[in-house]
Design a protein around this ligand. Sequence first.
Ligand code: PAF
Length: 278
Amino acid sequence: MEIITDIPSLRLRLKSEHYVVFVPTMGNLHEGHLSLIQIAKQKSGCLVSSIFVNRLQFGQTSDFDQYPRTLKEDLKSLEKNGVDVVFAPTEEDIYPVHQEFIIEPPPLANILEGEFRPRFFSGVATLVLKLFNLVQPQLAIFGKKDYQQLCIMREMTRQLNLSIEIGEGETVRASDGLALSSRNRFLNKEERAEAVCLFQVLSKIKLEIEAGNKNFEKLQNDARETLISRGWDVDYIALRQRNTLAPAQVNNGALVVLGAAKLGETRLIDNLEISAEI
Ligand code: PAF
């Protein structure tokens, strides 16, 4: 595995590659990331992963500073999982001057996560577009855990005519169902035991709808109430159409239920696709 930290070396290394598969990350890798690497590995080509904590997508600098940096362990996992090239640039490499050209994502970026994390998707899209320009992949893989991010990446490649296929990976869960996330490490023992409740309320909505319940409003409210009564601070529990993430209505077709809530100081997100065509 080659570890490359500067842009000229990256460009030189990838110049002669015909098929590049790319998995961008912010490091602090867990099984969720590694499952994306596994998907990428199934394609024959050069497998590139990046590790870069992107200041542009953090609201407060303290969040940015607190983000766990575990480069040594991350490099070991990437090597074990068969990555060919890791791009781990410094902040000066990616943002040598104040980044003034900023991607303005569509209104899709202002709902759900965007409502609670203003400018978040603008920061993600700006960085990912820069990484796409540097790595020039044919295929890039994103996890469904960040469902809205995946939708925005698809829309970005479509609207900006990038000839990059966007692949997706299923959310990886702990044995009790909690979605793996770098933030789980901030949960204390009691919070970790409680954290699965977000998955449980979303699962209940999924099962109810798949069994024919069409009272979307009540299902969302009940889930919200359950979490609040257990001490969560709920940002949203939202039943949406897949892809557009517009509010779900009966006869909308494929749906997804998404949730975001804080347990103590830790904000968790999760989502489940609903199988039944409504
Ligand atoms: O999903 C993430 O880890 C980040 O948002 C990404 C796509 C690597 C951009 O910083």
